[in-house]
Design a protein around this ligand. Structure first.
Ligand code: ACM
Length: 545
């Protein structure tokens, strides 16, 4: 990836100038809640200062971004000078009712620039908006910002992107690039899928075989239902030091990293490392093909809980996130059905179906996570119910009740499942696969369809809306070993999902979005990321309606 150092602001000039007339709305992605323009521009020059009290991280972030985009070296100071063209960053607790934690007010007028917020997160988002407003007149000498008053806050508190590195490891540099782009688009959750059948990607000190064996496989299937193989081994994992660095980098950008450690299925790599974790106890290899695998943790064995609690203890020490994701999707029940130990567990605990076993197991893990002051999240199979064609209806009928504090991550099934979960008081994140899977091609999920996704399902009584925390978009990577191919799946759809998460429905406008994307796409190209040449007007039968 070759980096061309053309700043965002210069591109704004080249592509579609932000120096707008008073009536034209400047192009900001995601579109803010309210934006008023006035005639005139403020000049930023070598005399400008960033004025701040006790906010070094955000102020230094702004200073760095301004230096790259405008070429101006704008100092950070705590003593306001008489100069008219300063940028004031102000934490203002009195605004809390208007803005919430992530909202901000940005005012640009003849006196200067002021970003006010009740929390550092809000200031950070105000800074992102400011960066998009700047036009460079003379690099290193002069930049301008149109007069505006913006009051802005997000529609949802959970605006996530997931990266699956279980299937193909990508590494720290790629992750940091994604975090930078998420931050620019005001996304705030990086959901990191770190373990799967085909790879265990996080160092766990107490169980070194997880990475010594579980992070490596001999080959890789190249396409769905294909016999073709890459013919080469694949491996990779993050050391705990690298994880800490990614978490720190994300936190600086107000992004929470939510780790996902899959259980009780999608666990073949772990079982390859420690066969006693599996229901059959048999030795297996890390698979070279993709799909669903039968290897499932032996949830009747107390040693398995010791293992999982040890792993989660190390994970929670690395990730300050309140939420810990335990996967829980696509568990094949075959091994449980033929295991005398699981059958005995079902009798002992009066569990009626394999799905009941899964909920019983999930609740044990949930209680452990809650005992550490955290909150468990899992894919919607953790509620039971018929989510897949491959499960027999009666295997999914449940008597057990999922712990109330759990966050349900909806991805598959009928939308009734979401409305039912929300009306039972569960918080949930909507990642319905047919709208939000970044590995799906642009024919299946054109940009327009991504943009039109509404995380609040039709038919949900508005009194339960608050249980829909937001959305995730998911970059699954079974057949996507190459970074460039992955990026073309992500860019430009990421910006559509960012707007779904941030922008109030009353402010969504596809024409405005398309115009902003000329700037955003140009910026991505300067970063050296691959952007798909995608048809913004392509429709599916659904979006035509
Ligand atoms: C999933 O796509 N298996 C959650």
């Amino acid at each position: 990836m070759k980096k061309l150092l053309v700043p965002f602001a210069v591109l704004c000039l080249l592509v579609s100038n932000q120096k707008v007339s008073a009536q034209t709305e400047p192009l900001i992605s995601p579109r803010p809640l309210t934006l008023e323009t006035a005639k005139g521009n403020l000049k930023l020059s070598a005399a400008t200062k960033i004025i701040v009290r006790g906010l070094p991280t955000e102020a230094l972030y702004l200073k760095d971004k301004l230096s790259v985009s405008t070429g101006l070296n704008i100092p950070v100071t705590i003593t306001p000078k008489a100069s008219q063209n300063n940028i004031l960053l102000q934490l203002d607790e009195s605004k809390s009712t208007d803005f919430g934690k992530e909202g901000y007010e940005l005012v640009v007028n003849a006196k200067g620039i002021k970003i006010a917020a009740t929390d550092k997160a809000g200031l950070f988002y105000g800074i992102q908006t400011l960066i998009q407003l700047i036009s460079v007149e003379k690099k290193g000498r002069l930049a301008t910002v149109p007069f505006v008053t913006i009051k802005d806050k997000p529609r949802f508190s959970w605006r996530a992107m997931m990266l699956d590195e279980g299937r193909h490891f990508k590494g720290e540099k790629v992750v940091k690039q994604l975090l930078d782009d998420m931050a620019m688009l005001k996304m705030n959750v990086f959901h990191w899928h770190l373990t799967d059948d085909q790879g265990w990607r996080i160092e766990i000190k107490k169980y070194p075989e997880l990475t010594r064996i579980g992070s490596k496989r001999k080959d890789s299937q190249l396409a769905w239902r294909s016999d073709k193989r890459s013919g080469k081994p694949h491996e990779g994992f993050y050391t705990q030091e690298q994880i800490k660095e990614v978490v720190r980098y994300a936190a600086e950008r107000h992004i929470t990293v939510v780790p996902e450690i899959e259980m009780p299925g999608h666990a073949t790599a772990a079982i390859a490392a420690y066969p006693w974790l599996g229901t059959t106890g048999e030795k297996v290899e890390v698979p070279v093909t993709f799909g669903k695998f039968k290897d499932t943790y032996n949830v009747a064995d107390p040693k398995v809980y010791t293992f999982l609690e040890d792993v989660l203890t190390e994970v929670m020490a690395l990730f300050p996130s309140k939420v810990i994701h335990i996967g829980g999707d696509e568990v094949l029940y075959d091994q449980w059905k033929s295991s005398p130990q699981i059958q005995a567990l079902m009798v002992r605990e009066n569990l009626k179906s394999p799905a009941d076993v899964q909920i019983w197991f999930t609740n044990k893990i949930s209680k452990f996570i809650a005992s550490k002051g955290r909150r468990m999240m899992g894919w919607n199979e953790i509620m039971g119910g018929k989510v897949h064609e491959f499960t027999d209806e009666k295997e999914t009928i449940v008597k057990e009740k999922l712990d109330q504090g759990t966050i349900v991550h909806f991805w598959r099934g009928t939308t009734d499942m979401i409305t039912s979960a929300a009306s039972k008081g569960y918080d949930l994140v909507n990642s319905y696969h047919i709208y939000t899977y970044l590995d799906y091609d642009y024919k299946e999920i054109p940009i327009r369809k991504a943009y039109d996704f509404n995380p609040i399902p039709e038919g949900l009584d508005p009194k339960y809306d608050k249980h829909v925390l937001g959305l995730g978009c998911q970059m699954w990577s079974e057949f996507i070993p190459e970074v460039a191919d992955m990026q073309r799946k992500i860019y430009p759809r990421l910006a559509a999902y960012a707007e779904v998460g941030w922008t109030d429905l009353s402010r969504k406008d596809y024409t405005y979005f398309k115009n902003t994307m000329k700037l955003i796409e140009a910026h991505w190209k300067t970063e050296g990321v691959e952007v798909a040449i995608a048809d913004y007007d392509a429709q599916t039968e659904e979006t035509k309606k």
